[in-house]
Ligand binder design. Sequence first.
Ligand SMILES: N[C@@H](CCC[C@H](N)C(=O)O)C(=O)O
Length: 276
Amino acid sequence: MRFLKGHGTENDFVILPDPDGELELTPSFVARLCDRRAGIGADGVLRAVRAKADPEAAGQDAEWFMDYRNGDGSVAEMCGNGVRVFARYLVDAGLAEPGEWNVATRSGPRPVALGADGDVRVDMGVPDYFGTSVATLGDREFPGVSVSVGNPHLACRVDEPVAVLDLGTAPGFDPAVYPHGVNVEFFRPVGDHHVEMRVHERGAGETRSCGTGTVAVAVAAALGLAGAEPVPPGRWTVDVPGGRVTVTLTGETAFLAGPAVLVAEGEVDPAALSTS
Ligand SMILES: N[C@@H](CCC[C@H](N)C(=O)O)C(=O)O
């Protein structure tokens, strides 16, 4: 089975080219592929299938569908870094022209644009702020803001440097608010429209970056500055353990921009992946 490996600010993915939609991805196969010791290792899988070959892309004005899976094999609605790496793959493989076009996702079409500097920008759509909730780490409580960026997030502002937080175990959350789980971000303002963040992702654990999470954090930080809705427009710099991205809130949509690189390609023998 052919694969490529890429990352966006070290949020890393195995890319599986499947133009005609012939691969049957089971959760256990995805989890084995993403295993960092017994597999290739990644936070998630991006299956690249032509939109016309996948019913989940029906009705979307796009040539390609990003079938995103978390590292534990679960399906997610959207992946902001993933869609940027996906666009990089399509262009480098000669399957799409540099420029602007849509990628179909489970959250609908996402317009992507490749810049001359190597960065990939994606229009993430309108982030949906839907109230407040609380995350827990051990016996500490962290009030936060609930934001849907196609997928669910709880963005919590903290006062200490995010590096000191222990994200070795999954943060607790209110299942009544997030019946399908949630990605939890912890962020701290470090300058004007500038924050640092760490994230514990649903289905992947702590990752080095999360594109949808950076949008959620920008919304939470902007709401904090404004003190109330509506979310004010502005350009935010978000530092993550794997690098830096920018999030531009326009009031109508949110743009996410940052690096997206491919680092390897090869063949994997599915039969050789551990079943333990
Ligand atoms: N890393 C991604 C988000 C991937 C999906 C997430 N774990 C979920 O289950 O919603 C990003 O860059 O947005």
